[in-house]
Design a protein around this ligand. Structure first.
Ligand code: B4P
Length: 191
């Protein structure tokens, strides 16, 4: 199996690049943001709780997110691998992912982090907010999402650094150019 963690701040292009990576490697895409938005749209109890948190830019509880990941792993045991998009976002989530994959005798091959400066992130997300009306793509919440990322999520890079699995990729440039940088990094990873 090939298991990739695609990492980066909000607006770094994780969703955009995931689509291209899936096409090339046939992986199952697991985006915790998308899974949570599905729950919100279906107006489930979990979705109602998650929406309140997402609309502030804070992180939903580790317990909820890890539960969703475990279900997806269970449902897709025969897949050639997974791309984790927007997960793990805390050290606790990273530890739990390791445990969950170990249950299937699997592990994360590489954590690719997209590096994009704050002013570019804000520009991209404001543009998406205008185009799609996504409720957390407004200036105040965008700024909090980036602050939360810097405070709670950046430490996840140290977790994968220690295992020599963290590869940083320049996330500025055309979508295709960034994609070719990711493919290059991935080619160097021991599966
Ligand atoms: P997510 O849905 O994961 O949102 P995000 O991190 O803000 O990233 P997003 O997917 O939107 O952006 P992308 O980098 O693809 O999370 C939303 C919320 O859900 C969180 O705030 C949190 O509350 C909750 N949540 C999710 N996962 C969680 C977890 N594990 N634990 C706890 N809570 C969790 O950027 C895409 C934008 O950039 C697009 O508009 C695209 O067109 C543009 N773009 C991409 N590449 C570009 C390029 N090269 N040039 C210019 N623009 C580009």
């Amino acid at each position: 199996m090939l298991n990739i963690v695609l990492f980066g701040p909000p607006g770094s292009g994780k969703g955009t690049q995931s689509e291209k990576i899936i096409e090339k490697y046939g992986l199952i895409h697991i985006s915790t943001g998308d899974l949570l938005r599905e729950q919100v749209a279906a107006q489930t109890e979990l979705g109602k709780q998650a929406k309140e948190i997402m609309d502030t830019g804070e992180l939903v509880s580790d317990k909820i997110v890890i539960g969703m990941i475990r279900v997806k792993l269970e449902e897709n045991q025969d897949s050639p691998g997974f791309i984790f998009d927007g997960f793990p976002r805390t050290i606790e989530q990273a530890r739990e992912l390791r445990k969950a994959l170990t249950d299937y005798d699997e592990r994360v091959g590489v954590m690719i982090s997209l590096e994009v400066p704050r002013e570019e992130l804000v520009k991209r997300l404001l543009k998406r907010g205008e185009e799609t009306g996504r409720s957390d793509d407004n200036l105040e919440i965008i700024n909090n999402r980036i602050d939360v990322y810097n405070r709670q999520t950046i430490p996840v890079t140290y977790y994968y650094d220690k295992m020599h699995k963290h590869a940083a990729v320049d996330g500025i440039g055309s979508v295709d150019k960034i994609y070719s940088r990711i493919v290059e990094v991935n080619g160097k990873v021991k599966k």
